[in-house]
Design a protein around this ligand. Structure first.
Ligand SMILES: [Zn+2]
Length: 109
């Protein structure tokens, strides 16, 4: 590989060009895509985590929305679906309970 700044041949593993001291771009790009938590894969696993632990999903979304947008979106989506499902289940249970109370009251009267 060749240095993009001075054009001289440099070792592929070199972080800095030994001829002009410029940091080699390839490594810079690779570093910006990585962080302490790993690569931004947007894995479905984070969606499931967000679904089962919506608060964790929301926190992860807020932490990662800038550094790991794909993964953040997955965790956030899981949390959102979880909240919607719980909301719908809550309404259905509420209706069923009301129907149950009304029909019981009607049967007893
Ligand atoms: Zn150079």
């Amino acid at each position: 590989m060749y240095c993009k700044n001075c054009g001289k041949e440099v070792d592929e593993k070199a972080v800095v060009c030994p001829h002009c001291g410029v940091q080699l771009k390839e490594l810079k790009v690779e570093n910006s895509n990585r962080d302490d938590y790993g690569v931004d894969t947007g894995s479905i696993g984070w969606g499931f985590l967000g679904f089962f632990f919506p608060i964790v999903g929301l926190i992860l979304f807020l932490i990662w929305k800038d550094i790991k947008p794909k993964t953040a979106k997955m965790a956030g989506k899981g949390a959102l679906i979880s909240v919607i499902v719980e909301f719908v289940v809550g309404i259905v249970f509420g209706i069923l309970t009301s129907v149950g109370i009304i029909s019981t009251a009607w049967l007893l009267s």
